[in-house]
Design a protein around this ligand. Structure first.
Ligand code: DHB
Length: 359
């Protein structure tokens, strides 16, 4: 199989890149490890910054976001048991849109498939070759299934290894994907910081407790009230990263959140609902330098992880592929590689800032 740009990973970074390239007349093939339905239904990030939302609109995939997403003009910082509103619209002339990552990807899949774009689901990249030449290759195999317990990929059926021949390879395959490791260790510098705390996150089916997000500082630790949709709420409280979700029956979680979010007047009450997911996220930052090697370019979580504090992860991924799309368009229209050559430097400047903002 042959294409111009071979993209490993069909999350927001890889799929958006494929869409942006298509709009510029550049062909790509996306390899996604998971099944389409799984990606479209797994709740993940949900805060779209202004520039992200605007890009989706400008490129014709923002219609459902504008219909179903919620525009927030500010947030509340709650400390000393009192709320303080930060007005984004007033201070920065910007707003955020609450719209789940899985919805963004669903809209992008629909747009790509409508335009006869090629996304191969349940396909695992098993090796990258000839990245130092202008004919790099992705070896991949269909019928892949991730076994999360074993942390391994298994292959069903009697699938054979196939080769995707490309001009460029993009690794948008997340933190655990194989692409980053294709950058030789001699030139790859990885920066990692692991923080001594975690976030206990819950997903709740039920009504929202608040119209805007609340970030609360409390002696018992931080708490955040967020949302994904009018029906699905996302809440977090700071915890020991070594704690176990089994130690937290629902009532204990509600009591802890209520205690951290209580106001001096005692008039604020958390809306409870049906908790359908509990997880503990270790807070950490990670950054890989450079984000490119030969004809391989990394985008999104494959190159950098920020802790969820700043809600920056998906927005950084979108910013990466915006640069990449521009660089690839310049190459294909005039042979000019200036933007591509500076890709890593351009992106890392933003990523370092976002890392600092997020810790
Ligand atoms: C969410 C997470 C954040 O860190 C944040 O600042 C805002 C929202 C969230 O997951 O909803």
């Amino acid at each position: 199989m042959r294409t111009q740009v071979g993209i490993v990973g069909g999350g927001p970074a890889g799929t958006l890149l494929s869409h942006l390239l298509h709009l510029r007349g550049i062909e790509s093939v996306v390899l996604e490890l998971r099944a389409r339905e799984e990606v479209e239904t797994t709740v993940r990030a949900g805060v779209l910054e202004d520039a992200t939302a605007e890009l989706l609109r400008e490129t014709g995939v923002g219609e459902r976001m504008d219909r179903e997403g919620a525009v927030h003009q500010g947030i509340e910082l709650r400390f000393g048991a009192a709320g303080h509103r930060i007005d984004f619209a007033d201070l920065a002339g910007k707003s955020i849109v609450i719209y789940g990552q899985q919805q963004v990807v669903k809209d992008l899949y629909a747009a790509r498939l409508e335009a006869s774009g090629r996304i191969i689901f349940e396909a695992a990249a098993v090796g990258l070759d000839d990245l130092g030449t202008n004919q790099p290759k992705i070896r991949f195999r269909r019928g892949a299934k991730l076994d999360p317990g074993a942390g391994e990929i298994r292959f069903g059926g009697d699938t054979q290894e196939e080769v995707l021949h490309c001009d460029y390879v993009v690794g948008a395959d997340g933190f655990f994907g194989p692409c980053r490791n294709a950058i030789p260790t001699a030139v790859r510098k990885e920066h990692t910081r692991t923080y001594p705390f975690g976030w206990f996150g819950i997903l709740v089916e039920g009504p929202p407790s608040t119209e805007e997000l609340i970030y609360a500082l409390h002696d018992r630790g931080f708490a955040l009230v967020s949302t994904r949709s009018p029906e699905i709420q996302r809440l977090y409280f700071q915890c020991d990263p070594a704690d176990n979700v089994d130690n937290w029956p629902d009532e204990r979680i509600w009591d802890e959140l209520q205690a951290r979010l209580a106001t001096r007047e005692g008039d604020w009450k958390l809306q409870k609902g049906d908790i359908f997911q509990k997880s503990i996220v270790q807070m950490r930052s990670f950054l890989c330098e450079p984000m490119q090697h030969g004809r391989l370019f990394l985008a999104g979580d494959a190159a950098h992880i920020v802790p969820p504090t700043g809600a920056k992860g998906m927005n950084l991924a979108v910013a990466d592929v915006r640069v990449l799309a521009r660089g690839l368009a310049a190459f294909y229209s005039s042979g000019d590689t200036e933007i591509l050559d500076a890709y890593s430097e351009t992106c890392l400047r933003r990523v370092w800032k976002a890392s600092r903002f997020s810790w």
